[in-house]
Ligand binder design. Structure first.
Ligand code: ZN
Length: 305
């Protein structure tokens, strides 16, 4: 998976940071997918500076309905339509997301000419297919807000074709079934177990993307053992009380959570517009004091999961 930050500023955009949005390119060998997490104002403009086309988006996950995470959605949905793309799109978000989408499109005389489904989520599994499970966890913010956890399912190990051939089994469509771990009976009556010819399964990648939040118990569940954890660090440690009072976290709190959850890597984002480049370097240093494998996201930064 590749994660691309399209906006990393809290509340308002700055010249170098737009408001929140993240793009996830699944890059799965058999399941194409381009997902967007949050859609602050101007997200479609940010997309224009990447290699990605809005028509390729198949899922949008909204953490909460605050404008700096949402106001880019109507424009993006309409542009996706004007581009003449007819592929289906599903939008996930808290209660109210459907009314927001329907109302903004209706009042502006807009429409979409592709199948669009809006799913109002609650805690738990919000999406699952043969390759991925996406789980939502409620967070601690003044409005209903969720974090999303993306679990890629383990992939079957590699098939040892040489061993099969050595055992007198001819290559063909049969190999595909054996690769899926199936047991097959050959024409000569022999029973061949796919599992006997597979290497160990490849563990799936795990990613947690937090919405805005003050520390909360569910956060640990969301981030437990993930490869990459994306969390807000709106304010510095000295301003922790102020951050928490507004439903946000400090640098230290984000880093403590990454440490406690056993995350592989922490990316902090959603930084207050009060911080310039030097201020951001100081925020990152505060995080690294607690959790060394940490980066502070810049707009257009790309992270491999
Ligand atoms: Zn918010």
């Amino acid at each position: 998976m590749e994660l691309i930050f399209l906006g990393t500023s809290a509340g308002v955009p700055t010249r170098s940071r737009n408001v929140t949005a993240m793009l996830l390119d699944l890059q799965h060998p058999t399941r194409a997918g381009l997902w967007l997490f949050d859609c602050g104002e101007g997200t479609q403009h940010r997309l224009l500076h990447t290699a990605y086309h809005p028509g390729k988006l198949d899922k949008i996950f909204i953490t909460h309905l605050h404008g700096d995470h949402l106001f880019g959605l109507p424009g993006l949905l309409c542009s996706r339509s004007m581009a003449g793309n007819a592929s289906p799109l599903t939008i996930y978000g808290p209660a109210g997301i459907r009314e927001f989408v329907e109302t903004t499109l209706r009042l502006s005389g807009s429409w979409t000419d592709y199948p669009m489904e809006v799913v109002e989520i609650t805690e738990g599994v919000v999406f699952e297919d043969a390759f991925y499970t996406v789980t939502a966890e409620p967070l601690n913010h003044p409005v209903e807000c969720y974090g999303y956890r993306v679990d890629e399912h383990d992939r079957p190990g590699a098939l040892d074709a040489a061993a099969l051939i050595a055992d007198g089994i001819k290559p063909g469509p049969l190999f595909q079934r054996l690769k899926q771990g199936e047991t097959v009976t050959l024409d000569d009556g022999r029973v061949v177990k796919g599992q006997d010819y597979l290497s160990a399964p490849l563990p799936g990648k795990k990613l947690a993307i937090f919405g805005d939040t003050a520390p909360c118990p569910g956060a640990l569940r969301l981030a437990q053992g993930v490869d990459v954890m994306v969390h807000e660090a709106t304010l510095e440690t000295a301003m922790e009380e102020k951050a928490n009072g507004r439903g946000h976290s400090s640098t230290r709190q984000a880093a403590q959570l990454a440490r406690d959850a056993g995350a592989g890597k922490l990316i902090v984002t959603h930084v207050s517009s009060r911080y310039d480049a030097r201020g951001c370097a100081s925020l990152l240093a505060e995080c690294r004091e607690v959790f060394a494998n940490c980066e502070l996201a810049e707009d257009f930064a790309q992270v491999s999961v």
